[in-house]
Design a protein around this ligand. Structure first.
Ligand code: ADP
Length: 488
């Protein structure tokens, strides 16, 4: 269900030290609806001075926040989870307006609330170890917060990333500066999340939410000497810049969750209908704007014709493109003009490199929104750009293979390694692929976006550094101190 939100009621200021403030140089940028191409809001852009002030606020607030009892910090997180749930419809509406996620597909606020719920009670599992292995000593480790954590997030699932980074960092006593993406700042910047943080009365400075572009606020956070951990989700290109900035500044700890070019391998003994349904939903999810989307499908040649026909029929019939606010729409526009142009360019490249079997013959127009029709290419050479580069749209390549050795080599022939799937009923074969696939997550007879909350998520190779998940994320935000106590 949508709610009516008037443009004037959308809060677009920066949130720091417990208050909404205008950007120090009064600079704003325009956020356009990807459906109507009309102005949704003018958003305050964090300047260098604002970004530094946000870090200062977080630094000042950290000792007192860390000194609270674990359940006191948990209490704030729990309250936030409850309020997020109550405002689900507003979040859905804001995200549909600003980045085009269909309201019918909106599950992000519910997941964000669950994550805050989880971490509201997880704090006591922060424990060190003890050792009596050195004669004359009792030794132990303590796990302590780093201090100020920065989070830089993308636009495709803003409040999901907000929760997965902010909640574990806070529960163990860090404070946070989060920079949202300039493409989708509203759910975070607006009264709907920062406003809820204010309403609950989090101590000022514990959570600071700013927005702006990478080359000012993002770069300042990456270089900042008082930021001790930076957790980033976004493109591989930006991930490289952040790691470089960290090594040029204070060697802050960096976690990078980057892009993907995920393969699914379908053998002829698999449940073909299930494999079609899963892989098609994977590439259509969020209009293909998902880092773990299956964008390369390898089908055994003996069933390739059948698989491709089923996939094409499903992809062309199940995607209902339209107004993201309409309850029947399940496939919204791409997030903005830049994304639309990038994908359109890749589609033209794909037409030169291989055979298009579903899609638009003419280059996509943007007269009625940044829509891209479901697109399938077949038989692309392994070194084609559409096989090697992340397109981040509803564009999939279906290639064929004959042998296990051949397809494993092809699936791994990528600088990315986020997610990979194998469909087969042969358990031994499945296990050979589980071992051989170079990916942070391997699905057997299932595929992305299937994940498990308690399992680590992250990339092999160029898809990232480090892992996130309900069990491992708290660890990302804790230093380890060894304490040696001489007992005489
Ligand atoms: P996308 O192209 O999908 O928007 P990006 O990696 O460019 O992915 O953006 C993800 C996030 O990284 C956004 O919040 C963006 O503002 C930020 N960002 C972009 N460039 C930089 C940079 N040089 N340093 C730090 N953050 C950046």
């Amino acid at each position: 269900m949508t709610v009516s939100i008037s443009p004037e009621s959308i809060e677009t200021r920066l949130f720091m030290n417990g208050e909404f403030v205008e950007s120090s140089n009064n600079k704003t940028f325009e956020l356009l609806s990807p459906k109507t191409l009309k102005l949704v809001a003018k958003v305050h852009e964090a300047s260098a001075e604002d970004t530094n002030r946000a870090v200062e606020s977080a630094k000042a607030a950290q000792p007192a926040w860390a000194a609270l009892r674990t359940e006191e910090r948990g209490f704030y997180l729990k309250k936030l989870a409850d309020l997020i749930r109550q405002h689900d419809n507003e979040f859905a509406t804001l995200e549909a307006l600003s980045m085009g996620i269909p309201v019918s597909e909106y599950w992000q606020a519910a997941q964000c609330a669950k994550t805050f719920d989880h971490y509201s009670e997880a704090g006591y599992s922060n424990q060190g170890t003890t050792s009596l292995n050195t004669p004359g000593f009792i030794n132990m480790t303590l796990r302590q917060p780093y201090g100020v954590v920065a989070a830089i997030i993308p636009w495709n699932y803003p409040i999901v990333f907000f929760a997965s980074k902010v909640a574990p960092a806070l529960t163990v006593g860090n404070t946070v500066v989060l920079k949202s993406s300039e493409k989708a700042p509203l759910t975070l910047q607006s009264i709907r999340l920062a406003g809820l943080i204010k309403q609950i009365g989090f101590p000022p400075g514990v959570i600071n939410v700013i927005t702006g572009f990478g080359n000012i606020s993002g770069a300042i956070l990456s270089h900042h000497m008082d930021v001790r951990v930076l957790s980033f989700t976004g493109s591989t290109r930006t991930g490289r810049l952040i790691q470089e900035a960290a090594s040029k500044s204070n060697l802050k700890v960096v976690f990078l969750e980057l892009g993907g070019k995920s393969p699914a391998i379908v053998f002829d003994d698999a449940d073909l209908e299930a494999a079609v349904s899963d892989t098609q939903s994977s590439i259509q999810s969020n209009s293909g704007q998902t880092c773990m989307a299956i964008s390369r499908v390898y089908v055994q040649d003996t069933v390739a014709r059948k698989f491709t026909a089923l996939f094409k029929a499903k992809f062309s019939s199940s995607a209902v493109l339209g107004d993201p606010m309409h309850p029947d729409t399940n496939h919204g526009p791409q997030a903005d003009q830049v994304q639309h142009e990038n994908i359109s360019r890749y589609i033209e490249i794909g037409k030169q490199e291989s055979t298009m079997i579903l899609g638009s013959d003419s280059p996509p127009s943007n007269d009625s929104g940044y829509f891209i029709k479901p697109t399938i290419f077949a038989d692309a050479p392994e070194d084609a750009r559409i096989m090697q580069e992340e397109i981040f749209g509803p564009v999939v390549v279906i290639n064929t293979f004959t042998t296990e050795e051949e397809v494993l080599q092809k699936a791994n022939n990528s600088e990315f390694g986020l997610y990979a799937s194998v469909y087969t009923k042969d358990l031994d074969r499945a296990m050979r692929f589980v071992r051989g696939l170079e990916a942070g997550t391997v699905g057997v007879n299932c595929t992305s976006p299937t994940t498990a909350k308690d399992m680590p998520f992250g990339g092999y190779k160029g898809s990232g550094i480090g892992r996130e998940g309900w069990v491992c994320s708290m660890d990302n935000f804790l230093e380890t101190k060894t304490v040696l106590i001489k007992t005489g």
